[in-house]
Design a protein around this ligand. Structure first.
Ligand SMILES: Cc1ncc(C[n+]2csc(CCOP(=O)(O)OP(=O)(O)O)c2C)c(N)n1
Ligand SMILES: [Mg+2]
Length: 307
């Protein structure tokens, strides 16, 4: 969690140099969901995400060097420098894909779960979505399909209260939660505090146990909050779509401080130095890597990565 925070703060600091030319959607403030949910995944399991995916990629074990090289648009990036921040993959770590069209990666995850079931593999798939994805039809088709076919998939919804600048109350009826909406498909639902990594890990473990026991997919709704602007490195509390009071309340509920207050992070001071060194090396690797050969622009990104 600390490593994800430090990586993303570095991205935010360096973004203004204009060397990273892709849009970035930072998860700062939301790291506990990625860390807690990926904690119980095995190396043979898969994770899939959307536009805000750095945290999920890193928590699943994706290469930091290849993430940063991708953001710098270099050929050593995880999609050859052709995809940018919103198209991440690291098959060696079981991070299958991230795609930015909201909801579109959900059928990819469900398809991977169907494939795992048909192959009688014990691979389980976790798909990370935001609250806004629950307003796309394909997510409901995918939930229905996963339940009907009893697929080994965890749907993890990071409910950060907003879809870009639109709060929940202009998008969804007030008398129905996201978990209830998902539950309409007959899926088992769990709800928890997405800023408490220990609580998240316990809920995810509960879900993984029942999924691995063949009891079907699970939907986990986690409440959390994005600190920075929807897309980009800055804060945007001055533009009026959310109140400073709301921000302060969530800022005080920092997932890292939640654990520190419990005494979990006693060794973090020494970790900080190691992580900072690792990030410096990865940034250097990215900056020293070549740009992709212009010829490669015609290749499909995924095909390039796996070939
Ligand atoms: C199908 C589609 N519609 C609209 C967009 C533009 N868009 C990008 S991110 C986003 C908000 C998604 O909100 P949410 O799922 O809650 O994720 P969050 O950004 O809050 O993490 C939107 C509308 C898109 N990428 N894809
Ligand atoms: Mg959201």
């Amino acid at each position: 969690m600390l490593r994800i925070r430090m990586v993303e703060e570095t991205i935010a600091d360096l973004y203004l140099d204009q060397e990273m030319r892709c849009p970035v959607h930072l998860s700062i403030g939301q790291e506990a969901a990625a860390a807690g949910v990926c904690d119980g995944l095995r190396s043979g399991d898969l994770a899939v995400s959307g536009h805000r995916s750095h945290a999920h990629y890193l928590a699943k074990g994706g290469s930091l060097e290849r993430l940063l090289a991708e953001l710098y648009g270099r050929s050593t990036g995880c999609t050859g420098g052709l995809g940018g921040s919103m198209h991440l993959t690291d098959l060696s770590a079981g991070f299958l894909a991230a795609t930015p069209i909201v909801g579109s990666s959900v059928p990819v995850a469900v398809g991977a779960a169907l494939s795992a079931k048909n192959r009688r593999s014990d691979c389980l798939v976790t798909i990370f979505i935001g609250d806004g994805a629950m307003e796309t039809g394909v997510v409901h088709e995918s939930l229905n399909f996963a339940v009907v076919h009893n697929l080994p998939v965890l749907f993890c919804c990071e409910n950060n209260l907003y879809s870009v600048y639109s709060p929940m109350e202009v998008r969804q009826p007030g008398n129905r939660t996201i978990a209830q909406l998902a539950g309409g498909h007959g899926i088992r639902t769990l709800v928890g505090n997405g800023n408490d990594a220990e609580e998240v890990a316990a809920l995810a473990d509960d879900a993984y146990q029942s999924i691995r026991a063949g009891e079907g997919p699970v939907f986990l709704e986690l409440s959390t909050y994005r600190w920075r602007e929807h897309c980009g490195p800055n804060y945007d509390n001055d533009i009026g779509y959310r109140s400073p009071e709301e921000f302060d309340l969530w800022r005080a509920n920092d997932p890292i401080e939640v654990l520190s207050a419990r005494g979990v992070g006693k060794q973090w001071a020494s970790d900080i130095e190691d992580i900072a060194r690792e990030i410096r090396v990865a940034i250097e690797f990215a900056r020293e890597s070549p740009f992709p050969d212009p010829e490669t622009f015609q290749y499909p990104v995924f095909q390039r990565q796996v070939s």
